[in-house]
Write a new protein. Structure first.
Length: 143
């Protein structure tokens, strides 16, 4: 059909078709290689951006880790030279009152007054006075 339209022989028509196909195929190969190169460049750029993002995140985490211990360090009060040290220990509320506060329960204010704190200090015993305890006397254990 091409041979009759162009008024050439069948071999010449086959050669024309072969040349056209080869030219088209070569153009497609070049386009394919350009696309492969563009995809490779894009993937490399994405990987580089991801690495950079991970590095920034690591640096951010390291900065946070270095800041956390600084936040956890207790702040020291200012030091005043030639200031006498208190000879008496300040009284504190009873453990009962502090526990009530932690539990957000009602507690009377009298527990926090100086009298209430003094009473708590007088009544605060690690062991009841009437309790039995083991003691060693002359290589003997007694209650």
């Amino acid at each position: 059909m091409i041979a009759t339209q162009l008024n050439i022989t069948a071999e010449q028509a086959a050669e024309c078709l072969k040349e056209a196909w080869t030219a088209d195929n070569d153009m497609k190969k070049v386009a394919w290689e350009e696309q492969e190169l563009a995809d490779h460049d894009e993937a490399a750029q994405r990987a580089e951006e991801e690495d950079q993002h991970q590095n920034e995140e690591l640096q951010h985490n390291e900065q946070n880790e270095t800041r956390e211990p600084e936040k956890k360090k207790p702040k020291l009060n200012s030091f005043v030279t030639n200031c006498p040290i208190a000879t008496a220990i300040k009284l504190h509320p009873s453990h009962f009152a502090l526990h009530k506060l932690e539990e957000h329960e009602y507690i009377e204010l009298s527990y926090f007054t100086p009298d209430g704190c003094a009473e708590a200090a007088n009544n605060d015993h690690a062991m009841a006075e009437e309790a039995f305890a083991f003691s060693k006397v002359n290589d003997l254990v007694s209650l």
